[in-house]
Write a new protein. Sequence first.
Length: 254
Amino acid sequence: MEETNEFLQRMEKIRAKHSGMGRYRQYKCPLCEDRGFIVQDDGKGHDVAKKCRCYAVTRAKELMEQSGISEELCRKTFENYNPGRSAQLEKAKAKAEGYARDFINFEQGRHNSILLSGQVGAGKTHLGMAICNTLLNLCNVGVVYMSYRNAVMEIKQTVMDKENYYAIINRYCNARLLYIDDLLKGRSTEADLNILYEIINYRYMHNKPMVISTEKLPESLIEFDEAVGSRILEMCRGNIVILNGLELNYRMKL
């Protein structure tokens, strides 16, 4: 009880300090004035501090920043994705938009993920980030970005430090939405497979959704490893986008 009172007193001091500035400062969240908490009556005459509704999205943005994602990727949206005159890319964009729009409805289901696969340079990462940015900014969905090659290298470097190892693995396993970018990019080893299986299997067993972009086609995922590939394809059933054709590579047009 003493700790609670001390905490509330500190909060009141902060509130008093900023109370005279309210007229001149614009807050991102007027409800808590960017403090991340609000003080409410618990119905029994006691003040209790509770996390503000803005806390989740603020924390999610922090996680995105900590993942090393670039500012450029943070600006990827459906609005600035240009499919040109390609029917394939128009269909891919529509599928990605539909996934983001209906995410909340099927998040807890078995088929709650989306796979963007195929042609290099077709904008798979752009669409993946557009999904994540939409859910993060409009729906307060916590997203963790996982650049496959970089993440696997980081995890392997901590394999002798169990505390660090599981801290990183758990972050990818327990994210509300995990975006795996460039899955299976480069040469994969048995150690890479073990790490990937640990993450994919955990999310499969707990119905945790993923956005996955990869140059590999669905059959190549099965050939790489049946256990990993079959889990991914089952989770992405109904949301598998396959892009074929060099004409889709926007880098070839520059």
